[in-house]
Design a protein around this ligand. Structure first.
Ligand code: SAH
Length: 184
């Protein structure tokens, strides 16, 4: 995972004018009231998922695309959904510029998941909510892992045969997971 951080230029994913802050460990505004997560937060979330190179991963909340880019270095298939259409327009080119164009990007409500490619080995939700969206739970493989901020805490969920097991990790602030989509 550290090698992936070394390979992905974070300055490509922050808004112009903030490049000088790209290599600080801080969340930064990316427009539309959204933020690019701090690198340490991304590291906590990605390492908890214990990804392997064969994994198929769904990301909900593409945002800047930085975490998406890291995922392309770590796993074989990355599907990512963003509800803010203006962010989606920007992020496709950034991923290509960073050499991470293999990620499949879609505009829409990630709470519904992306059923065509389900089930997923891992799901990573980058926005906070109170409950696990049922579609996401359904699209997780048995034995699969999900990272999701619930009530202000990052949770690692593991799917058993018929149940979900929850483990609380660190506390963190996230923008809210919202239904539907928006132009800005
Ligand atoms: N990992 C991203 C985090 C961006 S902030 C980064 O570091 O850049 C979280 C993102 O989740 C925002 O861009 C927001 O628009 C998006 N989001 C919130 N609810 C969503 C939903 N239901 N479906 C898809 N994206 C959503």
């Amino acid at each position: 995972m550290l090698a992936a951080f070394g390979e992905v230029p974070r300055h490509l994913f922050v808004p112009s004018g903030l490049e000088h802050k790209a290599y600080t460990d801080a969340a930064l505004p990316i427009g539309g009231g959204q933020t690019i997560s701090a690198p340490s937060t991304v590291a906590v979330m990605l390492s908890a998922l214990q990804l392997t190179s064969k994994d198929r991963v769904l990301e909900v909340g593409t945002g800047s695309g930085f975490q998406t880019a890291l995922l392309t270095k770590l796993v074989s298939e990355v599907y990512t959904i963003e509800r803010n259409l203006s962010l989606v327009k920007e992020v496709g080119n950034k991923l290509i510029e960073a050499g991470c164009g293999t990620a499949k990007l879609r505009a829409g409500d990630g709470m519904l998941g992306w059923s065509e490619h389900a089930p997923y080995d891992a799901i990573i939700v980058s926005a906070g909510t109170d409950e696990v969206p049922s579609h996401l739970a359904e699209q997780l493989k048995a034995g699969g892992r999900m990272i999701i901020p619930l009530k202000g805490r990052i949770n690692l969920i593991t799917r058993g045969r018929s149940d979900l097991r929850f483990r609380e990790l660190s506390q963190c602030r996230f923008v809210p997971l919202l239904p539907g989509h928006t132009k800005h």
